[in-house]
Design a protein around this ligand. Structure first.
Ligand code: ATP
Ligand code: MG
Length: 568
């Protein structure tokens, strides 16, 4: 993959790895993994973790990064998610070669490990109910109480665990727990559950198992089996690290990876929990996981975000140990910056107002040359047809303009981009509603291309399309999905769904687009002059009938915000 970003980033994780390499820990190997649970689509937070894990492997000689599906909770998992996760990671520009693994591949191995703990007297079968286990666990202030089943003999535990596996007990009737310390200040160490009974079909192992390992038990052992050197996860697992280490130590496994925690990405005006995103999908607040308003990778892709812009975003936010919220304007800034260099310019009128050029010959038309990208002359030029009847943006005309409005008004002259100077000489209104429906203008033939020969200046340049040559299309404008900066801040009376933005989607169905846009294919991205960047929707477009999604507007609020951020 191409890496335009030149300086390699530095952060506390990279420092740890640099030190490990210097002391030849792990024989100089760097081996990471990205371990998604296939219970939803990947989101921009996962992208941070992907860029970090795959990035570390790429930066270090011989470095490797595995993709491992953490599929230990079959009740919530689905093959649809497994497929989408793989295609999203590839799309982001990362590759796991032949190192695709599933925690479920290790079920036999994990079972053996559990048996080993039982044999060592380090695990026991407990018949307390879920509710009782919770009560016995105690609180942060009070120590827990030993389960009455804690003193079962090793032989009894072995037999019971075997019966659990054989399907002789009902769901929830018992669990296997690690025997650690019910008075540990760390709640995770108070005899955590490591196996539970779940009579559900697994998407890979079918009905072979009716007991499944918990995340904490499966994760460290899976890391060890794969020879992972640095097991990177988010901060909420910091308190689980002693358990991670305890399990590996008690099992005496050769490979003992180091767990390192970093702060997860939180983004303003959106939510990142898969549980909440699933709710939005299931309840129809969005059209699917790939709705362009979603913070998912597939939503961002459909919206017009590129892999480069997302990787660049992840690099800019960096990796740290403290939770924070990143302004969504930074993400928008990254795609805007990318598209400003790469996206061809086109003209499109979203809310058309008809303009008749009275002094332009009726049966005449001409081709005017327009730059495809003024930022990059190598992108060349194209011809845009011009004729007597045009469309301009409704909001570019005001009959009674306030002081700072420099666009079209009665008697006023403006430039039509790449075309001519025009002056408004008449206004036609609907007799009933009084709404302006048409403007009459005159043009100055001496200003072809949009430049006057006598040095006459105009204060505004408008985009336009020729009515007869343009075609009608649907354009979708998106706004933040939530009205609240942090929709996760729920309270007694309001859930995150109460903060959904009622106008997060605006569909405009009678937009008039420059004819060249009829050729656009799904995924193509353009700058519509003066309006923003727009991407051809890959689900709802058909041949020569593109539907456009607004990726991002032109105005950069991040540039403004970042000026006020104190520099370290
Ligand atoms: P959720 O809490 O929404 O269900 P998760 O953490 O359970 O998310 P996983 O599929 O387990 O989702 O995540 C895979 C990897 O991505 C984990 O290592 C996790 O730490 C990391 N990850 C998840 N969300 C974020 C985030 N917002 N920022 C950074 N990394 C994340
Ligand atoms: Mg998780």
């Amino acid at each position: 993959m191409s890496r335009t970003e030149s300086v390699s980033p530095s952060d506390f994780i990279r420092n740890i790895i640099a030190n490990d390499l210097e002391s030849n820990k792990n024989e100089g190997r760097v081996h990471t993994r990205f371990p998604p649970e296939p219970n939803g689509y990947l989101h921009i937070g996962h992208a941070k973790s992907i860029c970090l894990n795959f990035g570390l492997a790429a930066e270090n000689k011989g470095g490797l990064c595995n993709l491992r599906f953490d599929d230990t909770n079959p009740s919530k998992e689905d093959v649809e998610y497994i497929e989408s996760i793989q295609s999203d990671i590839r799309w982001l520009g990362f590759d796991w070669d032949d190192r695709l693994f599933y925690a479920s591949d290790y079920f036999e191995n994990l079972y053996e490990c559990a048996v080993k703990l039982v044999k060592k007297g380090n695990a026991y079968v407990c018949d307390l109910s879920v509710e009782e286990i919770k009560q016995y666990r105690g609180t942060l202030k009070e120590p827990g109480k030993n389960s009455p089943y804690r003193t079962r003999s090793i032989d009894e535990n072995l037999a019971l665990f075997e019966s659990m596996r054989a399907g002789e007990f009902e769901d929830g009737s018992c669990v296997l727990r690690a025997k650690i310390d019910m008075s540990s200040p760390n709640l995770n160490m108070r005899d955590p559950v490591i196996y539970r009974i779940l009579e559900v079909t697994h998407h890979r192992t079918g009905t072979r198992w009716c007991i499944y390992p918990t995340y904490d038990f499966a994760h460290c052992i899976s890391d060890s089996i794969e020879g992972i050197t640095h097991s990177i996860c988010t901060l909420e697992f910091e308190d689980h690290r002693p358990l991670y280490d305890w399990i590996l130590d008690e099992l005496g496994l050769d490979c003992h990876p180091q767990q390192i925690e970093f702060a997860r990405l939180n983004l303003s005006y959106t939510v990142m929990s898969k549980r909440k995103l699933l709710k939005l999908v299931e309840e129809g607040h969005v059209t699917g996981w790939d709705d362009p308003r979603m913070p998912t990778i597939s939503g961002l892709r459909r919206r017009g975000y590129t892999p480069e812009s997302i990787r660049n975003f992840c690099e800019r936010i960096g990796v740290a140990k403290r939770e924070s919220q990143v302004d969504i304007a930074l993400l928008e800034h990254c795609i805007r910056e990318y598209l400003n260099r790469k996206a061809p310019r086109m003209m499109a009128v979203l809310r058309p107002l008809r303009v008749i050029i009275d002094n332009y010959p009726e049966d005449h038309e001409e081709e005017l040359e327009a730059l495809n990208n003024p930022e990059d002359p190598s992108m060349g030029t194209r011809n845009v047809p011009f004729s007597r009847v045009l469309h301009i943006e409704r909001e570019d005309f005001l009959e009674d303009p306030p002081k700072k409005f420099f666009r079209l008004a009665p008697g006023r002259e403006v430039r039509l981009r790449y075309a001519y100077y025009i002056t408004c000489v008449g206004v036609v209104r609907d007799e009933q509603t009084g709404e302006v429906v048409e403007l009459h203008c005159v043009y100055d033939p001496e200003t072809r291309g949009g430049w006057s020969t006598d040095g006459r200046k105009v204060k505004a340049t408008l985009h336009w399309v020729s009515a007869a040559h343009s075609f009608q299309a649907e354009v979708r404008l998106f706004n933040h999905l939530f009205t609240k900066e942090n929709p996760d801040e729920e309270n007694k009376t309001q859930s995150f769904k109460d903060f959904l933005n009622p106008i997060s989607l605006e569909r405009l169905t009678s937009c008039c687009l420059e004819p060249a846009l009829a050729e656009a294919s799904p995924g193509d991205i353009y700058q519509f002059e003066r309006l923003g960047y727009f991407c051809v929707d890959s689900n709802d477009s058909s041949d020569r009938k593109p539907v456009f999604n607004r990726t991002v507007t032109l105005r950069d609020t991040w540039a403004k915000i970042s000026k006020n951020i104190p520099r370290p």
